[in-house]
Design a binder for this molecule. Structure first.
Ligand SMILES: CC(C)(COP(=O)(O)OP(=O)(O)OC[C@H]1O[C@@H](n2cnc3c(N)ncnc32)[C@H](O)[C@@H]1OP(=O)(O)O)[C@@H](O)C(=O)NCCC(=O)NCCS
Length: 143
């Protein structure tokens, strides 16, 4: 039987935020945890019913812009197109909320994320202020 992927937006209750933190630690063991989860909208991906990844979008710029703030896929589920679906779902959400654009960043060696963003129509840009530092690629998509 083919595997099934479901991606759903989740309500940010306290237990859900705790669960997102646990997934975050498994996906980003070397990073600082992203500590403003309650301000964003979140999606959970399930592969054959099993939690496999998560992603968020934060509304910035007075509601004009969606910022793809975090996405992670557990190592054992990588290479199945889960991140790409998580990007597509958030772009759909951004459109339906009337945002004018979606922005994000990747570390310069993150080829999987870069390819996925390009496949979803994102292009590179140089922000006025490199908000996470100089060694990152910055991306935007006009809606
Ligand atoms: C980056 C990350 C989110 C990618 O998730 P993913 O669900 O594996 O990505 P996808 O399957 O949608 O696509 C990844 C691309 O790289 C390839 N790829 C990624 N991991 C792979 C693996 N383990 N084996 C084979 N191919 C892989 C895929 O084939 C795909 O390219 P293609 O569609 O052109 O073939 C995941 O590796 C991750 O969570 N990494 C750690 C945290 C991180 O870097 N998050 C993103 C911050 S911007």
């Amino acid at each position: 039987m083919p595997s099934s992927l479901s991606v759903k937006r989740i309500a940010c209750t306290t237990p859900v935020l705790k669960r997102l933190d646990q997934l975050d630690r498994k996906c980003f063991p070397q990073d600082e945890p992203w500590d403003a989860k309650e301000r964003a909208y979140w999606w959970l991906a399930r592969w054959d019913g099993v939690e496999a990844g998560f992603a968020g979008i934060l509304e910035v710029d007075g509601g004009q812009t969606g910022f793809l703030c975090r996405a992670g896929v557990l190592p054992e589920f990588r290479g199945n197109g889960i991140q790409r679906r998580l990007i597509q779902e958030r772009v759909r959400f951004a459109r339906s909320h009337g945002y004018k654009q979606v922005i994000t960043y990747t570390s310069i060696d993150n080829t999987a994320s870069s390819n996925n963003l390009i496949a979803c129509g994102f292009v590179l840009y140089q922000p006025e202020y490199s908000f996470v530092g100089p060694n990152y690629n910055y991306w935007y998509l006009t809606l």
